[in-house]
Design a protein around this ligand. Structure first.
Ligand code: NAP
Length: 315
């Protein structure tokens, strides 16, 4: 039996694994894919405090190595079923079944994709899902933003700090975003709109160099391309990966509700990173959540086993 099993080997899960293993907890991180989580789709990270610049893939791999160097075990498995209220907690994967005193849910949220051909290929190569991460790469360049909700408009406004022009592509002829954000966007001369438009195909060699759009009302298609660097940002909503724990853990709009110590409604079960109901979803906040969750799990075990040492803050 493990002291702690963490689902998700992204920034939150691996940061939790690093801290837990370093605190001598017998710790396992499980992910169905490669280590790193969403950040591996980002070409360059230049907003992680203390690191000037690092590739997203390199960041994920380094974090895994760092966690493993303290004895954290990282395995690949796809968890299908969990019983979080039993003692020990049981996690059934495709490959194995795991038992743990505590669990951290760090399996994240994935951005919704527009579903256009080539989107996966050029993700991180001209298509971005994070303005805070990537907008600065488009200083004085043209940028296209897909979406019509609060995120699309808020991020389009943010991108105007860098880009020379931001074209907002929306599939309807009116935005879903709040009146206030819409007013700000309409007052911004750098933003213009492509209404009733959907992206159907992304193309290029190594980097995105063009994409095809279609007017939903007229059926007319056109190709947008440029000899200069340009970028497409997609903000069409998020999908939290909470199907596994639905009915056991309290959710709000699909995200897991925690307190400041990352504790969920179930004793010994914590959540960290993008899967959590919160406002700022960034690499650094995911890592911070993971650290808090690991310390809380450690403290929970100490409380249960009567070995709580003085100085720990009550969760
Ligand atoms: P959202 O509100 O669900 O909006 C998603 C937008 O993407 C919609 O305009 C939708 O079009 C469009 N869309 C969805 N699937 C698409 C597809 N396959 N292709 C093209 N377009 C597609 O998502 P969000 O903007 O990420 O916001 C999520 C939540 O966070 C919301 O509750 C929002 O209020 C909140 N949020 C708040 C703030 C803020 O308060 N400042 C900032 C960001 C987010 P339709 O309109 O046609 O459905």
């Amino acid at each position: 039996m493990y002291d702690l099993v963490i689902i998700g080997a992204g920034a939150a899960g691996l940061s939790a694994g690093l801290y837990a293993a370093r605190a001598n907890l017998n710790t396992l991180v499980i992910d169905k894919g490669l280590e790193g989580g969403q950040i591996v789709n980002t070409e360059k990270v230049e907003n992680y405090p203390g690191i000037l610049e690092i590739g997203g893939m390199e960041f994920g791999q380094t974090l895994k190595k760092q966690a493993e160097s303290f004895g954290c075990k990282v395995v690949m498995d796809d968890i299908q079923e969990v019983d979080l209220t039993s003692n020990p907690k049981v996690l059934k994967g495709r490959i194995d079944t795991y038992e743990a005193k505590t669990v951290i849910l760090a399996n994240g949220a994935s951005h919704r994709t527009v579903g256009a051909e080539g989107e996966e290929v050029f993700s991180g190569r001209g298509i971005s899902y994070c303005a805070t991460c990537d907008a600065a790469f488009y200083q004085d360049k043209e940028v296209y933003v897909v979406g019509g909700g609060d995120a699309a408009v808020e991020e389009a406004l943010f991108i105007t700090r860098f880009a020379s022009k931001v074209h907002l592509i929306h599939r309807r002829n009116q935005l879903r975003a709040s009146e206030d954000l819409q007013a700000q966007a309409k007052a911004n001369p750098k933003i213009d709109y492509m209404w009733d438009t959907e992206v159907v195909k992304f193309s290029g060699d190594k980097m995105l160099s063009s994409f095809d759009v279609r007017n939903i009302k007229t059926g007319e298609t056109k190709t947008i391309s440029s000899d200069d660097t340009f970028g497409v940002f997609v903000f069409v909503g998020y999908v939290p990966q909470t199907a596994l724990v639905e009915g056991q853990v309290t959710l709000e709009d699909g995200y897991i509700v925690t307190n400041d110590h990352m504790a969920t409604n179930i004793a010994g079960v914590f959540a960290a990173g993008d899967i959590r109901a919160k406002k700022v979803r960034q690499l650094v906040t995911a890592a911070a959540d993971g650290v808090v969750a690991a310390v809380s799990a450690d403290q929970y075990i100490a409380e249960q086993e009567g070995t709580l040492y003085e100085g720990l803050v009550q969760a």
